[in-house]
Ligand binder design. Structure first.
Ligand SMILES: [Zn+2]
Ligand SMILES: [Zn+2]
Length: 442
């Protein structure tokens, strides 16, 4: 495209918004120019009411404003340098902050690294609240959960693969546990082993082969072909606990984000090959994670990626503290892990030997309405149980099983009535579970 054609685009037509676009928009905005002049001169009146209307909104934050290359920036207490966005661009920036249909908290985390205007929070809240896709499908952010496998020590050492269906089409999501980095691909006409392997090879070539891949997908990824593939690449496959897909924590949350992002952005042809999908993915990758003020892009690549949210261009360069940030992230995940382990040691349920009779909790109605015999312990707190009556084999996590004390078959208790605990002479103390363990697999 010729330079003249590019220059002819109005700023509302630009997919990426950067300093240059913000500058062009600000030059058409007399109020913004008044603000630039005021900040440069520093001659604020002693009283807010004495300022002209359009400057009053900035009065309370006037000490945080400065001017750089014609644009007003907002910096609070050594924090991020944020671009003050002119009025005409705010709607578009708000829309781009919501490109991947993230919740308000995520939008705000990203905004606080990049942009500022008076009433920003309210505008973002309004934008989120009026999004039909979000209101119809995903009202809230997926819960943050804690990590159970040993914590990762470097990016893309431990990844998560998930194959999922959306509106009749198959997609593959690939996420890194340490950084939260996310890749998505469409698998046209179904998820076959060879298509999954083709896609994974691309990711291995880009990010290195992981040491461990987790999945809660018991069908697509455990075929003989896939098993051989992982073996050749030196990758251990870890099946997440049945009923507990969230036990992978961050990366699993990333996979959930993928579904939400696609739901709002794929067109009728179900293809990922569109500007909209790419911008949504960039928006996800640029959004700081909840418990560390860094995004997957900042953790995996050491910088912010140029996308639909304006940022000072310095953010696109590699952060000199990148290595330190990454180690901080590793330590944080290690701390979470040891906290989990301490708790698990304190109150974990005992292992069940094969041959033991157990009650099985029905996950549909939470009643202990079935009984059976443990046939095999599968590791990772998983047990293969042969159910009474039907003789059907099914896999259950330890949390959903209660050992029965009596050696002979006992009739299962009536539904809605939890069975008595196996009796013990020792008085048992019941400890309340802290809320942050709600998603923890025992
Ligand atoms: Zn939305
Ligand atoms: Zn179960």
């Amino acid at each position: 495209m010729a330079a003249a054609t590019i220059a002819a685009l109005t700023f509302n037509e630009c997919l990426t918004l950067d300093e240059e676009v913000v500058l062009r928009a600000s030059q058409q905005d007399p109020a913004y120019q008044l603000l630039v002049a005021k900040v440069l001169a520093g001659d604020w009146h002693p009283h807010r009411a004495q300022e002209i209307e359009c400057l009053r909104h900035f009065y309370s934050v006037r000490d945080r404003l400065s001017v750089s290359r014609g644009l007003v920036t907002y910096t609070y207490d050594q924090g991020h340098v944020r671009l003050v966005i002119p009025d005409g661009l705010r709607r578009q920036v708000a829309a781009n902050l919501h490109a991947s249909h993230q919740g308000l908290d995520s939008m705000l985390r990203r905004a606080r690294q990049t942009v500022y205007w008076p009433g920003l929070e309210g505008d973002l809240q309004h934008h989120r609240a009026s999004c039909d896709t979000c209101n119809a499908h995903a009202p809230s952010q997926p819960p943050e959960t804690l990590i159970l496998t040993p914590p990762p020590e470097y990016p893309f050492q431990q990844t998560v693969v998930d194959v999922f269906q959306l509106d009749g089409c198959s997609y593959l999501a690939y996420a890194d546990r340490l950084t939260g980095w996310l890749e998505v691909a469409q698998l046209p006409s179904g998820a076959t082993s060879s298509k999954i392997m083709n896609q994974l090879r691309l990711y291995f070539a880009r990010w290195g082969a992981p040491e461990q891949v987790s999945t809660d997908d018991g069908t697509n990824l455990v075929s003989e072909e896939m098993t051989g593939f992982f073996k050749r690449w030196g990758i251990t496959v870890r099946l997440s606990s049945a009923h507990y897909p969230q036990s992978n924590g961050r990366a699993e949350a990333a996979v959930k984000s993928a579904k939400r992002m696609l739901r709002g952005n794929i067109g009728t042809n179900r293809s990922l090959n569109s500007d909209k999908v790419s911008l949504a993915l960039l928006q996800y990758l640029n959004t700081p994670l909840r418990d560390i003020d860094k995004s997957p892009a900042q953790l995996a690549m050491g910088r912010q990626l140029r996308d639909g949210v304006p940022a000072i261009s310095l953010n696109y360069r590699i952060d000199e503290h990148w290595g330190r940030t990454l180690r901080e992230r590793e330590r944080q995940m290690a701390r979470q892990h040891s906290k989990m382990k301490d708790h698990a040691n304190g109150c974990s349920r005992s292992n069940i030997a094969p041959g033991s009779r157990v009650l099985v909790q029905n996950q549909a109605n939470k009643t202990w309405d079935r009984a059976g015999i443990v046939v095999e312990a599968r590791g990772n707190r998983q047990y293969l149980v042969k159910l009474d009556g039907s003789g059907r084999l099914s896999l259950h996590t330890r949390l959903h099983l209660k050992p029965l004390a009596q050696p002979n078959p006992a009739p299962p208790p009536k539904p809605q009535e939890p069975p008595p605990e196996p009796s013990s002479n020792r008085p048992r103390r019941r400890a309340a579970r802290p809320g942050w363990l709600d998603d923890y697999v025992e």
